[in-house]
Write a protein that binds this ligand. Structure first.
Ligand code: ATP
Length: 333
C-alpha cells in the first residue's frame, strides 16, 4: 500500500527541486501518495499565515513530510517557518549527513561526516528585545533535557550505523553556564555508550580543523546555532549546499528537507541543484523502510554524477535542473 507523505513545495527554488525529487522517487517505484500542503510566502497569500494549521495537521497525520526551503525574512516580518515547524512538531533532532559525491571535485575526496543539530532551543528561542535604544538582548536557552535528548540521539545513531566517534561542540570556555550544561549532558549520556568514542571541541577550533582535515571527525553533536553554521561549512567541504540533505526527527514524525535555503538569486531559472532534496528523499525512503528504492536512486545519481555531463552550474556543470532530473530518471533503467 502506498505511504502518504506531506509534500511542501516551499518558496524560491523549492517547487523546482521538490518537483524533481518527486519525479525521481515516483520513477524509481517508490510507492508514495503525495499530499500537498503549503508553507512560506505562498501560504500567507492563501491562508494569512506562513505555517497554516492544515499543514501541521497533515504532517501529524502522515507522520512524514518532504519539504522544500521556505524564505525567512531577514530582520523583519514573520518569524521563521522552519523554526516554528520544528518547535510545533517537536522535531528536536536535525540530521545532516555530509558525504562526497564521486564526480564532484572538491578539496577533499573522502569526507563522511554526520552533523547532529539540536533543533528546538539555543539562540533560536526567539526571545529577544530592545533593552534601551541602541541596546538589544537575545536569549540563549539551553536545557539539560534537550541537551541530553540530542546527545542520546547522536549516540544511538552512532551505534545503529556503526560509527566510531561522537564529538560534542561547544564554547563553554566563554558560555560556561549554558554551553557548560550542554557539555555536562553530553558527558553523562556518553557514559552509557562504551563502544562509541567521545570527544569535545571548541566551535572555533572545529571550524579550522574541518577545513584542514575533515576526516578526523565522524559524528558532530551541536546546539542549534553552531549546528546551523557548521553544517553550511561542512556542505562547502563536499561541493556546496546543492548536495547536502537533511532530516528533522521528533518522536512521532519526521520532516525531510535540504540544508539550503530558498536561493532567491537563482529561483525560476531552472538551474537549482535538485540533488540536496533528492538525497533528503533518500533519507525519507530509508525511514519508510523503502531501502531498495533508495539504493536504486543513489546508484542512478552516482552514475550521472560520475560522467559529469548533466550536473548543474553550482557544481561545475552547465545543465538545467530538468536535464539533471531527466538523466537520473534515465539512469534508473
Ligand atoms: P537560509 O537562511 O534560508 O538557510 P541561506 O542563507 O543558507 O538560506 P540559500 O538560500 O541556501 O541561503 O543560498 C545560499 C547560496 O547557495 C545562494 O547563492 C544560492 O544560490 C546557493 N544555493 C542554495 N541552494 C542551491 C541549490 N539547490 N542549487 C544551487 N545553488 C544553491
Amino acid at each position: 500500500m502506498a505511504r502518504k507523505v506531506t509534500l511542501i513545495a516551499g518558496d524560491g527554488v523549492g517547487p523546482e527541486v521538490t518537483g524533481a525529487a518527486v519525479r525521481v522517487i515516483n520513477a524509481a517505484g517508490g510507492e508514495i501518495e503525495w499530499e500537498p500542503a503549503v508553507a512560506g510566502s505562498g501560504a500567507i497569500e492563501k491562508h494569512g499565515s506562513p505555517l497554516p494549521e492544515s499543514t501541521l495537521e497533515s504532517i501529524q497525520r502522515n507522520g512524514v513530510g518532504l519539504k522544500g526551503p521556505v524564505t525567512t525574512a531577514v530582520g523583519t516580518g514573520f518569524p521563521s517557518v522552519n523554526v516554528a515547524l520544528r518547535k510545533k512538531l517537536d522535531l528536536y533532532a536535525n540530521l545532516r549527513p555530509v558525504k562526497n559525491l564521486p564526480g564532484v571535485e572538491t578539496h577533499f575526496d573522502d569526507v563522511d561526516l554526520i552533523v547532529v543539530r539540536e533543533n528546538t532551543e539555543d539562540l533560536y528561542s526567539g526571545v529577544e528585545h530592545v533593552v534601551a535604544p541602541g541596546v538589544t538582548e537575545s536569549v540563549k536557552i539551553i536545557t539539560k533535557a534537550a541537551s541530553s535528548r540530542i546527545a542520546r540521539f547522536a549516540f544511538e545513531y552512532a551505534v545503529r550505523r556503526q560509527r566510531k566517534k561522537v564529538t560534542a561542540v561547544h564554547k563553554a570556555n566563554i558560555m560556561k553556564i549554558s554551553d557548560g550544561l550542554f557539555l555536562e549532558a553530553c558527558r553523562h549520556v556518553a557514559q552509557e555508550f562504551s563502544t562509541v568514542q567521545y570527544q569535545e571541541i571548541i566551535v572555533d577550533n572545529l571550524a579550522m580543523q574541518l577545513v584542514l582535515n575533515p576526516k578526523q571527525f565522524d559524528i558532530l553533536v551541536l546546539t542549534n546555532l553552531y549546528g546551523d553554521i557548521i553544517s553550511d561549512l561542512c556542505a562547502g567541504l563536499v561541493g556546496g549546499l546543492g548536495l547536502v540533505p537533511g532530516a528533522n526527527f521528533g518522536d512521532n514524525c519526521a520532516v525531510f528537507e535540504a540544508v539550503h535555503g530558498s536561493a532567491p538569486d537563482i529561483a525560476g531559472k531552472n538551474i537549482a541543484n535538485p540533488l540536496a532534496v533528492i538525497f533528503s528523499g533518500l533519507l525519507m525512503l530509508r525511514y519508510l523502510g523503502l531501502d531498495s528504492v533508495a539504493d536504486r536512486i543513489r546508484a542512478a545519481v552516482r552514475r550521472v554524477a560520475l560522467c559529469r555531463e548533466n550536473l548543474t552550474p553550482d557544481v561545475g556543470g552547465s545543465s538545467t535542473t530538468t536535464q539533471l532530473t531527466e538523466s537520473i530518471i534515465q539512469a534508473l533503467n
